[in-house]
Design a protein around this ligand. Structure first.
Ligand SMILES: Nc1ncnc2c1ncn2[C@@H]1O[C@H](COP(=O)(O)OP(=O)(O)O)[C@@H](O)[C@H]1O
Ligand SMILES: [Mg+2]
Length: 219
């Protein structure tokens, strides 16, 4: 059974114009998929639909084989909180919390104790080379450091799927390359599926499967 399936999904924001139509997609457990496409083709919208942040105009989203169509807002929220991780181009850290506290947030929201959350966050941040920056406020970190904290926050609660929307778009080439390598390495080690929107061909090639979003669907 797939981690995530899209069946005949169509969506658009104006009545005559679909962004994408009749789109099919299967994400296997532990699989890494890159999604490319021109700016405005609907990549971010598609990720939002996959993550249940937006409901498609037509078609069905299945999570672990189960249709999400009849889920309540609370069910969607709980699934997002416990089973998904997110990384964005803008890091979206809480600026006045420390690196460690930012990474603890998903664990605390999931009901872990402060001690458990701190342990998991510290271990992951150390793996990402940030063991000396645990207590630094997020706003005082470099861009590369902030995105590594964001990676830790996306993975710390052992989600089934991580969605990454141009996660290295704000980083210089060298930092982007090393950050991406860390994201892939950690996702592989944790058997986390990864869906990544990226403009970079090199980044896309380092993923298991590369797809392009067009009006004809994901090809
Ligand atoms: N909530 C919305 N309401 C209306 N139009 C939207 C909304 N979100 C995105 N769009 C439009 O849909 C198109 C695709 O947006 P987006 O998914 O952000 O594309 P991409 O991530 O590929 O650049 C764009 O033209 C954008 O302006
Ligand atoms: Mg986008």
């Amino acid at each position: 059974m797939s981690a995530l399936s899209l069946r005949s999904v169509s969506h658009g924001f104006s009545p005559q114009e679909w962004l994408f139509k009749d789109l099919h997609f299967e994400l296997a457990h532990g699989e890494h998929v890159a999604i490319q496409g021109t700016s405005g083709s609907g990549k971010s919208t598609l990720l939002n639909i996959m993550a249940g942040l937006e409901v498609p105009a037509q078609g069905e989203v299945l999570w672990a084989g189960q249709s999400t169509a009849l889920w309540s807002a609370e069910q969607r929220r709980r699934c997002r909180q416990s089973e998904m991780g997110f990384v964005f181009q803008a890091f979206h850290l809480l600026p006045h919390l420390s690196a460690l506290q930012n990474v603890m947030v998903p664990c605390l929201l999931g009901g872990q104790s402060g001690a458990e959350a701190a342990l998991a966050a510290r271990e992951l941040l150390s793996q990402l080379g940030l063991n000396k920056r645990l207590d630094a406020h997020a706003h005082s970190l470099s861009g590369g450091e902030q995105q590594r904290v964001a990676l830790a926050r996306a993975l710390v609660h052992q989600p089934k799927v991580v969605f990454a929307d141009e996660p290295t778009g704000n980083l210089d080439t060298t930092t982007a390359r090393s950050t991406l390598a860390l994201l892939i390495e950690l996702s592989l080690a944790r058997r986390t599926s990864l869906v990544m929107v990226t403009h970079g061909d090199e980044a896309a090639r380092s993923m298991g499967r590369c797809l392009r979003l067009t009006q004809q669907g994901l090809v």
